[in-house]
Ligand binder design. Structure first.
Ligand SMILES: Nc1ncnc2c1ncn2[C@@H]1O[C@H](COP(=O)(O)OP(=O)(O)OP(=O)(O)O)[C@@H](O)[C@H]1O
Ligand SMILES: [Mg+2]
Length: 241
């Protein structure tokens, strides 16, 4: 059923790192907007059900219509978006679910959401290397994933574990994005790329604009040319331009 619901999606790309807070959601959203500006039909699936942040980054407070099936993603700026946070009434309540329930919930959500025609579905994955990200990678049969890291040694070490884990599931590693970059990629990011036998898709510099604009629900690539240029470079690599 999931295959059927995603049958008109040409490419499903995961954005992943086991380490929390490195910028998975930021990269998902800004990359999706960049691909959309390049003319592709794009969707974003928030697959982080513990802390579903997509609505926050997009400034969305609407809910998906749960009275009809299949569920239809919301549309923001021409991009289809769906998150479990768009199904629940009170986002302030903590979401505490055990593994089996998480799997059931994700399965239900994926099986019942109809994405229609898309060139790219960007899947914002949760951190960790256990139940939730593993289940999602397997259920969605991703075409590949982008690994997000930051310049620090600890980020590269955790990114290596993430990359190795996903590769073990035979999910293609498209490449690495160094986020919160100081400019040229760090020696640890270079080591990570070498050890995983992959490539650097691009670097996104540290910028206070990310917090400022995201807190307002504004997607930074739509306002800041310097940030937009960095994301265009990553997107071009992704689409093979
Ligand atoms: N290049 C950047 N420069 C400055 N701040 C950034 C940059 N990228 C992301 N941030 C900020 O870092 C914080 C964490 O980003 P984000 O939520 O995207 O990380 P995440 O990996 O999705 O986290 P989680 O693991 O909790 O899902 C946010 O406040 C975001 O605005
Ligand atoms: Mg996130």
């Amino acid at each position: 059923m999931i295959k059927e619901k995603l049958s008109n999606v040409k490419h499903k790309i995961g954005i992943y790192s086991a380490k929390g807070g490195v910028g998975k959601t930021t990269v998902s959203v800004n990359l999706a907007y960049t691909l959309s500006a390049m003319g592709y039909k794009v969707g974003i699936l928030d697959a982080d059900i513990d802390c579903p942040n997509l609505s926050f980054f997009l400034g969305i407070s609407e809910r998906m219509d749960t009275s009809k099936f299949p569920l239809i993603p919301l549309v923001k700026d021409g991009i289809k978006v769906a998150s479990t946070s768009m199904l629940v009434d009170d986002m302030k309540k903590p979401i505490i679910w055990r593994g089996a329930i998480i799997t059931k919930m994700l399965l239900d959500f994926f099986q019942n959401t109809d994405w229609g025609d898309l060139d790219y579905l960007i899947v914002d994955l949760p951190p960790g290397t256990s139940d939730a990200p593993l289940t999602i990678m397997q259920l969605l049969t991703l075409d590949g994933f982008v690994l997000v890291t930051t310049p620090q040694k600890i980020a590269a070490a955790n990114a290596f574990r993430s990359g190795a884990m996903a590769k073990r599931l035979n999910i293609y590693l498209i490449g690495v994005v160094e986020n919160r970059s100081h400019g040229t990629e760090s020696e640890y990011t270079r080591g990570l790329i070498h050890d995983l036998g992959t490539r650097l898709l691009g670097s996104i510099k540290e910028s206070a604009e990310f917090d400022r604009l995201s807190d307002l629900g504004i997607v930074p690539v739509t306002r800041e040319k310097a940030i937009s240029d960095e994301y265009i470079a990553v997107a071009k690599y992704l689409v093979g331009d």
